[in-house]
Write a protein that binds this ligand. Structure first.
Ligand code: FAD
Ligand code: NAP
Length: 349
């Protein structure tokens, strides 16, 4: 392991800001992570774990140690109930892992194709797309406490998953490192799969259905679903190598029916998705931001993507502070117009 000083983080996060870590080290195995924890207890300085850097915004240099989690490894066992349990080290690239499963016909993750980042970060905000959330496929998460170095395996229920939320964003925030995630995937190739009575794929998301129809595929195989998701994403989302971004900057707000009814009186076209649990309703944040006139806005190199207003963009040399100021202005105007407080999805440092 190499502990380097004054390391640029520009190429290590997808927003691409020119910021520096006082110390930087890459942990390529679980035991290297544990060694680093002991070292950190000796020197007492701020610590930041980085996966693929696709959900972070740096607003300043980081004055402690940045540890990039790069441990790799995948192992799988078949169950006797039509599933396969796949145990994956935190530093595996998310989309390469999805491809690995699709190649073997193990279903559950194909709708989450092409999401940037690592396996270890996936449970943190319970990544989701095209009608699937990763909580539906997570069996357990192995973590280590950064103060005691004690390891613990959390069951799915103990992760308290919610919409883009989990225990790792709440009570365990900054307290544990995720070392390994175990997924429970369907294996339609096993004879016991027939006993599960489960559909092999989730095809209800409208954009996914339209894409498969445009590909003239009526009965998709798993590889077709991955291909359809990749096609939509490549078309709709900005390439982080062309314009720095961290995907959706804000969460979609979830409101109660009374608030929806009162908003509909003024905004009859307000799109909304009911059945989000406990009688709540999801409102697309992109629509709210668009209605406030932000779509395509640009000030210097900080902007709002012209096709997807949920995505804030660094067109070159924007600072994290400029992106954060823009985010705050957007939040303020949405609050003024709709009385809804947007919540940031991206982790700001
Ligand atoms: P990082 O950005 O490196 O880290 C995110 C947070 O997790 C940080 O606070 C970091 O300290 C912490 N962390 C990272 N690894 C660990 C670990 N092993 N242990 C403890 N803490 C850790 N998200 C979705 O949900 N759905 C999408 O469809 C989606 N699409 C995206 C599209 C684009 C173009 C981009 C840029 C982002 C998108 N995202 C999406 C957001 C992002 O890809 C996910 O949140 C992803 O899981 C982040 O992984 P990462 O490894 O890059 O995490
Ligand atoms: P979209 O399909 O244009 O839909 C806009 C929003 O409406 C989405 O955020 C989605 O919520 C919601 N939605 C659409 N149809 C829905 C339905 N039938 N039921 C419930 N909610 C519905 O969205 P998009 O921007 O192109 O993104 C496509 C998918 O990729 C979405 O699932 C989105 O979450 C995901 N994505 C996430 C990020 C990120 O950084 N978090 C970035 C890019 C794409 P949900 O977001 O809850 O699905």
């Amino acid at each position: 392991m190499h502990l380097d000083q004054k390391v640029s983080l520009k190429a290590l996060h997808t927003f691409g800001m020119e910021v520096e870590a006082r110390y930087f080290v890459e942990a390529k195995t679980q035991s290297e992570v544990l060694t680093l924890l002991n070292y950190r207890q000796m020197i007492h300085m701020p610590i930041l774990f980085l996966g693929g850097g696709s959900n972070v915004l740096f607003t300043r240099d980081f004055s402690g140690i940045v540890i990039k989690i790069s441990a790799k490894g995948i192992s799988a066992v078949e169950t006797d109930d039509g599933h396969v349990l796949v145990s994956v080290e935190a530093g595996e690239n998310w989309d390469e892992f999805v491809q690995y499963c699709v190649n073997r016909g193990w279903s559950g993750l194909e709708n989450l194709s092409l999401i940037p980042g690592t396996v270890g970060a996936a449970p943190i905000q319970n990544i989701g797309a095209y009608g699937v959330e990763v909580k539906e496929i997570i069996e357990s998460v192995l973590v280590v406490d950064i103060n005691t170095a004690k390891q613990r395996r959390l069951t799915n229920a103990e992760c308290s998953f919610g919409y883009r939320d989990s225990v790792f964003k709440n009570t365990l925030k900054g307290k544990v490192i995720i070392l390994n995630v175990t997924f429970k995937l369907l294996n339609p190739n096993l004879p016991t799969y027939q006993l599960t009575n489960l559909p092999p794929y989730q095809l209800h998301y409208p954009d996914l259905q339209h894409e498969l129809a445009s590909m003239s595929i009526a009965a998709p195989a798993i590889a077709d679903i991955r291909e359809a998701v990749c096609r939509i994403r490549r078309r709709k989302l900005p390439d982080t190598f062309v314009a720095g971004n961290a995907g959706s900057f804000f969460k979609n707000p979830v409101i109660m029916k009374e608030q929806l009814d009162s908003l509909k009186a003024t905004f009859p076209d307000l799109p909304h998705f009911p059945n989000q649990g406990k009688g709540t309703i999801k409102i697309p944040a992109a629509w709210l931001i668009d209605q406030c006139g932000w779509k395509g806005y640009r000030n210097g190199d900080a902007g709002v993507h012209p096709n997807q207003p949920l995505v804030l963009v660094n067109y070159g040399n924007a600072t994290g502070r400029q992106i954060l100021d823009l985010a705050n202005q957007i939040m303020e105007s949405v609050k003024q117009k709709f009385g809804i407080l947007l919540e940031m999805e991206v982790n700001v440092f």
